[in-house]
Ligand binder design. Sequence first.
Ligand code: PLP
Ligand code: COI
Length: 336
Amino acid sequence: MSIDWQRLGFQYLDTNGHVCHVWRDGRWDAGEFVQEPYLRLHIAATALHYGQACFEGLKAFCRRDGEIRLFRPLDNARRMAATARRLCIPEVPEELFLDAVRRVIRANLEFVPPYGTGGSLYVRPLLIGSGPQIGVSPATEYAFLVLVTPVGAYYKGGLTPVRATVLDQYDRTAPLGVGNVKVAGNYAAGLEPHLIAQRQGFAIELYLDAREHRYVDEFGTSNLIGISRDGAYVTPRSDSILPSITNHGLQELARERGMDVQVRPVLFEELRSFAEVAACGTAVVITPVNEIVRGGEVIRIGPATGCGPVLQSLYERYTAIQVGDAEDVFGWTVAI
Ligand code: PLP
Ligand code: COI
């Protein structure tokens, strides 16, 4: 195995294997480690036909002293449980979630990017209806799978700003739909607009509230955060967006430095008044957004190149806690 750690992007690489637990007859089994990256799945599995499928995303980091620690895994376990309830999937207990994550990492230690490379081991828990149904109803068997793969930056890298677009002919979620949970189908719904945005030269799509297209919801794979001209941390409140663990953490860091944190409806027009805007999430960390285009309107935000100072400093503190260079005062990191 030879991996060029410095050049890692956000692509899947095969590893030593994944962990698989099966739920049947009302309980989760003890699980097994599976080497090959293929599943044997029933042709009538509900995940395939009716989208009874959800996932999570979290990261493990190698520290300066070589220790590997997970970042906020129990928050992902809780969010996956909330998604599972919405999809009528049996919840994965927190201890089982954490055990499976630890087990797959311990079996793949050589895939954890070394300290200082900027990379991390991305952990992808996946929960699917594996049992057959032909009428629309919940499966009677489920699989909880956890894979890992080493990753670097999701977009160009580090704090390089990207351009975003609003495509008014698309919504990602419905007002009383499933935008607030991490359902696999949400991402399928975002593929067509994502490819259109990419063809038009945008890295990222911003969605507005599906009812009126007046308020900001979130990006296709991340929340939106803004720094107002008077230095407040502003992020949309909406029932249709995913509660981002990264956003939650950054709010804590903003409060820690005495910033005013505002979680509230954000009108699209208000974006014009922000000093800094970014996408935030596990995969994208903090990615500055310096331009948002909607139809003929172009909103330019922050410095033309590079990142604004507030987001830069939140990014530095956040990533320092992740890799153990700053004290974990919030208790966010967990041993493997
Ligand atoms: N919003 C969406 C739609 C996402 O897919 C993600 C990624 O998980 C996020 C927001 C960010 O959430 P988190 O910070 O928990 O990764
Ligand atoms: C994450 O940030 O972990 C995500 O799940 C977003 C995306 C890669 C689907």
